[in-house]
Design a protein around this ligand. Structure first.
Ligand SMILES: [Zn+2]
Length: 250
C-alpha cells in the first residue's frame, strides 16, 4: 500500500501539471459521479492529506485515495497510457496533459467545505506544514496497551505511515514493534523520527529501507538476521520487520 511519501509526490506531480489550468475534459468513471463534468473550471491546487489526495476545483474537491493498487499518471495530451484504460477511474484533461487515476480505492466529489468528512478524522499529517509531534504523541497514548507497530498504522493517531515506515521507525528507535505504547521510551522522539523519515523520503527520493523487506538479511547496525512477524493486527497479512538483537521483545 502506498505510504504518505508516495501520495505527497503524486500530489506534487498533479499540482505541477494541473494547478492554474482550465480543464478541457473531465471523465469520472464512478457511477455516482459519472455525470459530474468540471470542464471549463480552473484547478486551484492539488494537496495531500496523509494518504489522501484533494484536487480543489472552484467550490468542489475531488477526493481520491490510492488504497492498495491505485496510481496517478500524468501524460502528454496524445501520449499512450501505460495502464489498461478500463482501470481508469478518473481522467482530467487540460490543453496539454491528461492526468489519469488508475484503480483508485476512493474517488468522490465533495463540496470544498465538506472536505472534513473525508479527512477530518486524520491525526497530524507527517508531511503537512502543520505537523504537530506533541498532538500525535497524545493521540498515540489514548491506547497505552496497543502495540506501537499497530498504533502507527492508525491514521487517526498520525497520518501517512504504512507497512514500510512502521518497521523503519521502530528500527530507528530500537523498539520492538510489539511493545505496548505505554512502555515505549521517549515516545515523542519516536513520533518526531517518523516525521523526519517520511520527510526525507518525500523530499530526497529514492530512500532505502534498513529492515523492511530484508528478512534474514543482516541488520545494518549489528549484523544479526532481520526477523519478521505478523502482529495479528487486522490489517491483513502484512509482516513487520525488525532486528531481534537491536529491538528486543517487550
Ligand atoms: Zn541489529
Amino acid at each position: 500500500m502506498p505510504e504518505g511519501d508516495v501520495v505527497f509526490l503524486a500530489a506534487k506531480r498533479l499540482h505541477r501539471a494541473l494547478a492554474g489550468k482550465t480543464l478541457t475534459g473531465c471523465d469520472i468513471r464512478v457511477p455516482r459521479y459519472a455525470t459530474v463534468d468540471l470542464s471549463g473550471h480552473r484547478v486551484d491546487e492539488v494537496v495531500p492529506r496523509g494518504k489522501h489526495l484533494l484536487a480543489r476545483i472552484g467550490e468542489l474537491t475531488i477526493h481520491t485515495h490510492l488504497k492498495m493498487e491505485g496510481v496517478w499518471h500524468v501524460y502528454g495530451a496524445d501520449e499512450r497510457w501505460r495502464r489498461p484504460a478500463h482501470q481508469a477511474r478518473i481522467i482530467l484533461r487540460t490543453e496539454d496533459v491528461a492526468a489519469v487515476g488508475f484503480s483508485l480505492g476512493i474517488t468522490e466529489v465533495l463540496r470544498r467545505d465538506e472536505e472534513v468528512t473525508a479527512v477530518g478524522h486524520l491525526g497530524p499529517d507527517l508531511l503537512g506544514a502543520d505537523w504537530d509531534a506533541a498532538e500525535a504523541t497524545r493521540r498515540l497514548c489514548r491506547e497505552p496497551h496497543s502495540p506501537i507497530g499497530i498504533a502507527l498504522l492508525d491514521q487517526t493517531n498520525l497520518a501517512g505511515i504504512g507497512n514500510i515506515y512502521r518497521s523503519e521507525v521502530c528500527f530507528l528507535s530500537r523498539v520492538h514493534p510489539a511493545t505496548p505504547i505505554g512502555a515505549v521510551p521517549e515516545l515523542e522522539a519516536l513520533t518526531d523520527r517518523a516525521h523526519r523519515v517520511l520527510t526525507q523520503a518525500a523530499h530526497h527520493p529514492p530512500w532505502r529501507a534498513h529492515v523492511y523487506g530484508r528478512y534474514r538479511m543482516p541488520c545494518p547496525r549489528c549484523g544479526a538476521n532481520i526477523a519478521r512477524e505478523n502482529l495479528g493486527d487486522g490489517y491483513g497479512d502484512r509482516s513487520v520487520y525488525y532486528c531481534p538483537r537491536c529491538q528486543p521483545p517487550p
